[in-house]
Design a protein around this ligand. Structure first.
Ligand code: HMG
Ligand code: MG
Length: 312
């Protein structure tokens, strides 16, 4: 008999506490048609800090030709107020990026590759193995400086150029990153095609190959409306770090058709409703999104934000 037939719903065991890793200032703004001013980005990050977020990806140190919107990330780092106990990572593609990040006082970086060769070529002009080789000196230098390193695996659930991606391909690149080593892996649904079935498949394959739950984070874009369901699937798998962007902005110029990240407010509403602790104030994140909206001249797409938009 199924549980619902006997009127005894079995509630899944979920983590009691999660980390919300905010990517709004980086992923959220890298795909905006206009560059948001340094001053507005500093204010955005400071309001996100005030909300209680403990990890805020402030920007990237990539080629300014690839992502002109974030070319002045160093100035944003110079302007923000860094709260003790909050991490302010930056995205870095190579040694040059690490050097620029260190000059700006960055203490945590994220390198990024993909489960798909074609996407990687478009995004960072390197195949998967080539990108891993490129990261080696970056990791060595970061270790000398005791800089924490996250590794992103983009297109973990599907690729804009190659279509379906197998969990085997994801597992292979995850192990290559862990061998470098990196401290954390974020699995990216870059174009927002995942459903909970795919989340179970990828995570099960990683667990089966010995990957520890604690090193994994999930990064969902919400192109097809499945991002929050995928977060819930991740919770069922015991994953306790979720990437999201205040207001639900985001996308990658090299991932055609991708919509924004799952909105931080929407993730927090889900977590609060489930009684899962995050230490983040939902109204605090709404304030940050409102301030950013004033600079963008439009309301960001997040669902919770839309629901409270008219309220004072
Ligand atoms: P390349 O052309 O192979 O690089 O690009 P290169 O080493 O040959 O250098 C070419 C030029 O770029 C040179 O300048 C370098 O100095 C400069 P030039 O001599 O022509 O004047 N350069 C740099 N400048 C500043 N900072 C640097 C840097 N590196 C080189 N760090 C490269 C390779 C990786 C640099 C380029 O393709 C790039 O910057 N790509 C970044 C793309 C990107 O940021 N994409 C978005 C982020 S990823 C994402 O959004 C997915 C994620 O959210 C997860 C998910 O959703 O799946 C993380
Ligand atoms: Mg992304």
């Amino acid at each position: 008999m199924e549980p619902w037939e006997e009127h005894a719903i079995r509630r899944p065991t979920l983590p009691s506490r999660v980390t919300v890793y905010e990517v709004g200032p980086r992923d959220g703004l890298q795909n905006e048609p206009e560059t948001v001013s340094v001053e507005a980005r500093v204010k955005f990050v400071d309001l996100l800090t005030d909300s209680g977020l403990k990890a805020i990806e402030v920007g990237s140190f990539v080629s300014p030709k690839a992502i002109p919107q974030l070319a002045d990330t160093a100035a944003v780092y110079r302007g923000i107020h860094r709260a003790s106990g909050t991490r302010y990572p930056a995205l870095v593609p190579n040694l040059k990026g690490l050097e620029r990040a260190m000059e700006a006082g960055v203490r945590e970086i994220a390198v990024f590759t993909a489960a798909s060769e074609t996407f990687n070529q478009h995004n960072i002009q390197a195949g998967v193995d080539e990108s891993i080789e490129r990261f080696r000196p970056v990791i060595a230098r970061a270790q000398e400086e005791k800089i924490r390193v996250r590794g992103y695996v983009s297109t973990a659930f599907g690729c804009p150029y190659e279509g379906a991606i197998s969990p085997d391909a994801v597992r292979e690149v995850v192990h290559k990153l862990l061998d470098l080593p990196v401290d954390e892996i974020s699995l990216g649904d870059t174009i927002g095609v995942a459903t909970p079935a795919g989340v179970y498949d990828v995570i099960e394959s990683l667990y089966d190959s010995g990957v520890a739950r604690g090193v994994l984070a999930l990064h969902f874009h919400d192109t097809r409306g499945t991002a929050l369901a995928n977060v819930y699937a991740g919770l069922q798998c015991g994953i306790s770090t979720y990437d999201s962007a205040a207001g639900g902005l985001g996308g990658c110029p090299y991932a055609p058709g991708a919509a924004g990240n799952v909105a931080t407010e929407d993730v927090l509403y889900l977590l609060d409703g489930l009684g899962i602790e995050s230490g983040v104030s939902l109204p605090g994140v709404v304030s940050a999104s409102r301030a950013l909206a004033a600079s963008l001249g439009r309301r960001p797409p997040g669902r919770y934000l839309g629901a409270v938009w008219g309220a004072a």
